[in-house]
Design a binder for this molecule. Structure first.
Ligand SMILES: [Zn+2]
Length: 274
């Protein structure tokens, strides 16, 4: 599944290619993805100009102008969705095709069809039912030690489980949670309530660092995900603990161990993460 860094990378790729481009054609080949697509999409999209590109958690928001009311296209790649520019038609899994005024073609390809798309007035986008419940955005201003400490206070669950809860913090997937906790020297088994201000400061900084490093590397998905420009990301080479069970910790030389928490694999160093 595409993670936050991949989605950020895709959003930036869309921005670079589509800023101020007008949609001149839209082909929809099925009535639904994960949910039914909104009615009349072709008519509502054609003629609109892509004006702004945003990301909230793993949703891409494209603000459209050129009609009576500003609209925002909300897109989620789901499990296997990807966007690709130009090239040949992608066959049976190409569900949506956008054409732009400079000849650019954007294809939405999604074999498993867990992708999501909606079109809403821009003024209502922040309170959309897919977005309204989401927690802090780690790459936005205001995500720091005190903010994270407030979220974790009183929570009787492991800190790794808490930072992966989208209602608290968005976009910290399993890999990024393990990597962030290692860099911060915090045990994934520590109770969230016992993290405290010092560890919260280190952990919030580590989450930002890991996500930004992954974005720089172009995203890290282990599966069939490609960037908007078709290139695979290579964040895997930055992993310090994830999928490295039995290898020495790069910081203290202790052994990286694996455990299962809430059904998800966790990798950490039992010596230097407390
Ligand atoms: Zn260690």
């Amino acid at each position: 599944m595409p993670e936050l860094p991949e989605v950020e990378t895709v959003m930036r790729g869309l921005h670079a290619r589509l800023q101020n481009r007008r949609i001149v054609s839209f082909v929809q080949r099925r009535p639904d993805l994960r949910f039914p697509l909104p009615p009349g999409l072709a008519g509502r999209l054609t003629g609109r100009v892509c004006h702004g590109f945003r990301r909230r958690a793993k949703y891409i928001l494209v603000d459209l102008r050129g009609g009576p009311e500003a609209q925002t296209l909300i897109l989620h790649l789901g499990m296997s969705g990807r966007l690709s520019f130009d090239g040949a038609p992608a066959g049976a899994h190409e569900h949506l095709t956008f054409g732009f005024d400079d000849g650019t073609v954007l294809r939405f390809v999604d074999p498993r069809r867990f992708g999501m798309l909606d079109l809403v007035p821009t003024a209502a986008s922040a309170t959309h039912r897919w977005l309204a419940h989401l927690g802090l955005e780690p790459l936005a201003p205001g995500f720091d030690g005190p903010a994270l400490a407030r979220l974790l206070a009183g929570r009787l669950q492991p800190v790794k489980t808490a930072i992966m809860d989208q209602r608290l913090v968005v976009g910290v997937g399993n890999i990024y949670a393990s990597e962030s906790l290692h860099r911060a020297g915090v045990s994934p088994r520590r109770l969230a309530a016992n993290v405290g201000p010092g560890r919260a400061a280190a952990l919030s900084a580590a989450i930002v660092e890991v996500l930004e490093q992954a974005i720089t590397a172009g995203g890290s998905s282990l599966r069939d995900y490609v960037r908007a420009d078709g290139q695979l990301g290579n964040f895997q080479s930055f992993f310090r603990v994830y999928d490295r069970a039995g290898e020495p910790c790069g910081r203290c030389g202790g052994a990286v161990v694996k455990l299962v928490q809430g059904g998800r694999a966790t990798y950490f160093c039992g010596r230097c993460q407390r």
